[in-house]
Design a protein around this ligand. Sequence first.
Ligand code: ADP
Ligand code: ASP
Ligand code: MG
Length: 464
Amino acid sequence: MRLVFKFGGTSLGDGERIKHACSIVRRYFEQGNSIVTVCSAMGDTTDILIELMSSAIRGERERFESGIGRLRSGHLEAVEAAVQDAKLRGEALRGVEERLNDLTHILSSIYFLREVTPRSRDLVLSFGERLSTWIFTCALQAQGISAKYLEGGEAGIITDSDFGYATPIMDETLNNIKSIILPLLSRGIVPVVTGFIGRARDGAITTLGRGGSDFTATLLGAGIQADEVVLWSDVDGLLTTDPRIVGDAKVIPQLSYDEALEMAVFGAKGLHPRAIEAAQNGQVKVRIKNTFNPSAPGTLITGQGYSTGSVVKGVLLVRDVAMITVRGASAVGKPGSAAHILKSISERGVNVMMMSQSVSESSISLIVRRDSADLALEAIKSSSPPSLIRGIDCERDVVVVAVVGEGMKGTPGVASKVFGAVARRGINVRMIAQGSSELNISFVVKETDGVRAVQAIHEEYRLG
Ligand code: ADP
Ligand code: ASP
Ligand code: MG
């Protein structure tokens, strides 16, 4: 079989874990499979890189120097533990030092300039994956596998120049991947590709958005028409809800692409929505498995619907959102007023996650990420004529609860059951929206009620 294996940050948390992940690759390889590996950055390296940039901008030289020191020792220790061959270890250490020296130079420039451009920010962020992937390649070689290190661009991922959330130029990227990766596989080589990063036409390194290594993996899978893309993580699969909220959350054995996409959009497992989209377009199966429990079957995501016996498959809690309510008598019934508000918000680059319009109360409610609430407010105020708006409220202490499942389509009474369960706990629902796909119902409650609302629905549908 042709497989793409992507290892997330936790699965590559230290040298021992890298060695363990390599042994998984080796086992499948020795069983006769062709394998492409994709690596995320080790642990929380990407977050640390973001902090380092902030320290550099603020001129906190000691902080960013000590931060680089921590990254250096973490990665050097990983090499010592993961690369068990003296010659390869030396090579691995040199590669890590080279990358860290480059990173130090770039951060020093940011420190002197006290500014970072989107382009240089992506360059800095790329170091997490470039370090981990390099170490992984050397560690695989030390286990006797002929592995080849490739950065996203070298593997064929060409993107636009929308730094921070670059979009691959699809046909070209898929063709590149095919012509670069397939010949390596036929020579028995395991390509080891940096997750999360691509290359713009002018050669600049771009990033695909947080959690983007999943996307790299499904792009590669689509490009080589893999039999399966396995996202190796630290959970037994995609769970019915966040295990940190509900102790008895259960693995969902199988999901359709549409359901998985819906779960991803609402933040399940930090799964990258565009990863699912790419898999669906390429009709490539995706499986989520646990590196720390590799024999568990995981969650399989395919084009087929699958019944678990419950119409609801997952319940998700989206924190860090804000609800903006625009009230305006003259807005009602006037064609395009909602469109006008949405347009002004999207022009500031703010994504509206949910919207509902009430005619009787002549108001429009919008859900946006909490950290973009101010931008959205400003956009509405500056672009709407005062006659259109009677008042704007912004509530920052709310969360979204999203209920997902294909069986909800055409099953009467889902909403009453969901809201009945929530009401019985005395929880007040602030806003409701139903996805056009009919695969989800999402609603807004006060932040303090969020966890209880999720628990209520999880229990009502006996998902645990
Ligand atoms: P990786 O580093 O492998 O990409 P992530 O950190 O992106 O993994 O996501 C894994 C974590 O997501 C899990 O440890 C779990 O705590 C959390 N999580 C939240 N919601 C879910 C869910 N519905 N199913 C599985 N994991 C979830
Ligand atoms: N390292 C990147 C991030 O933390 C990409 C990923 O892990 O998928 O967002
Ligand atoms: Mg992730």
